[in-house]
Design a protein around this ligand. Structure first.
Ligand code: PLP
Length: 389
């Protein structure tokens, strides 16, 4: 039987990584195992106390029922305390916080809550592809705004102000920026909040990388009056090594949280109680947790620099976050050409920057989610493969 898929997903392709991982699996079965430096899935475990908490609560007979839609109170309180401690943002845990099953689902919930046909959402190019997919699913139009190294990957607000913003309802932004690793100065956060107020645009800031190789975690909501126009997604996936656990959060004004719950409560129910208690524990860890994690990422990043030097790529050492973004040498047409060649000849997978939008075509992105031993192995393979640099 043939069943036509709904119009809304006719132009939604399978996620790039889901396709690529199948190709990598096929290569693995055919011979040498591929070293995957593509995806940003932390390979290190969460803190032992987090696992102990999960375990202890899973043992309790009372832990297994449905949970409420707004998350348990201790988790909302832990999120509010975490925002106060690290970002200097005061939140009411009962009204400003909504735990999520990962921030990726939050992107869809937000788009489905606020966008409809005819609305326009501004999207970073390059940027995380899930924003564009969620906007498309909602029936609205995604309008990319170009980011370039010349402006340190910050949007040109003057140029945007001169464009037709009449149907723009939402703007997605994400600093520290993935994939480029650019951090935003405080002044920019203030400017973008003023811009959103002037043009009545809902700012959706996605903030999962602020603790990775970054001495000054920042929240857009730290700007005075930001809550009037902005909401923020955050996540334990990267900062607490809990990507597979699916724990994220939405922070915003009470009205925004209640609006998103109207959609989300029709999609899913509250997270498993032991997961919420373990997340509460993860958020309560001392700053040494982040320092130790970053020591590891720092030594890995040094190896990645060596690998990029071997590939004759150029990169900015001021980057923050879980990846290194690098410009490919002009001997390659683009990042896809370099990525394909390394995969075929060296069995090392590196993400081509073009999957994040054509603004990333001349780049590749290397993940820090591999041990230094694995990175040494990748470097060795690249140095010994007949790559046409
Ligand atoms: C910019 C960005 N936002 C959101 C996510 C998704 O995070 P989560 O695991 O919380 O869904 C990712 C994951 O790679 C990301 O890079």
């Amino acid at each position: 039987m043939q069943i036509e898929v709904a119009k809304r997903i006719q132009h939604t392709e399978e996620y790039y990584f889901s396709r690529k991982l199948r190709e990598i699996d096929a290569l693995n079965q055919a011979g040498t195992k591929v070293i995957n430096l593509g995806i940003g899935s932390p390979d290190l475990p969460p803190h032992p106390s987090v696992i102990e908490t999960l375990h202890a609560y899973a043992e309790m007979p009372t832990s297994h029922g449905y949970q409420n839609y707004k998350g348990i109170q201790p988790l909302r309180q832990a999120i509010a305390d975490w925002y106060q401690r690290y970002y200097g943002v005061s939140l009411n845990p009962n009204t400003h916080v909504l735990p999520l099953i990962g921030s990726k689902e939050g992107i869809v919930h937000i788009c489905m809550t606020y966008l409809g046909e005819g609305d326009v959402a501004l999207l970073p190019n390059p940027g995380y592809p899930a924003y564009a997919s969620a906007v498309r699913l909602s029936g609205a139009i995604g309008r990319p705004y170009k980011l370039t190294s010349q402006t340190n990957w910050l949007p040109d607000l003057d140029a945007l102000a001169k464009s037709d913003l009449s149907r723009v309802k939402m703007m997605w932004l994400n600093y520290p920026h993935m994939p480029t690793g650019a951090a935003a100065p405080d002044t920019f956060f203030k400017e973008i909040v003023a811009f959103a107020k002037q043009y009545q645009i809902l700012l959706c800031h996605d903030n999962p990388y602020s603790f990775i190789l970054n001495d000054h975690p920042q929240s857009l909501l730290a700007v005075d009056g930001a809550m009037d126009v902005a909401i923020e997604l955050n996540s334990l996936s990267k900062s607490s090594n809990m990507a597979g656990w699916r724990i994220g959060m939405l922070i915003g004004a009470e009205e925004r949280i209640n609006e998103v719950i109207r959609f989300k409560s029709n999609m899913d129910s509250g997270m498993f109680l032991p997961v919420q208690m373990a997340a509460t524990q993860a958020l309560s860890l001392e700053p040494t947790w982040y320092h130790e994690l970053n020591k590891t990422y720092n030594s890995r990043r040094e190896k990645v620099y060596q690998l990029l030097d071997a590939l004759k790529c150029t990169y900015d050492k001021q980057q923050v976050g879980l990846f290194v973004w690098a410009n490919v040498p002009s001997t390659y047409a683009d990042g896809y050409a370099l990525s394909d060649e390394i995969l075929q000849k060296s069995r090392v997978f590196i993400t081509p920057g073009g999957i994040f939008g054509d603004g990333g075509n001349a780049y590749i992105r290397v993940s820090l989610c591999a041990t230094t031993a694995v990175l040494d192995d990748a470097l060795d393979r690249i140095e010994h493969a007949p790559i046409s640099l």
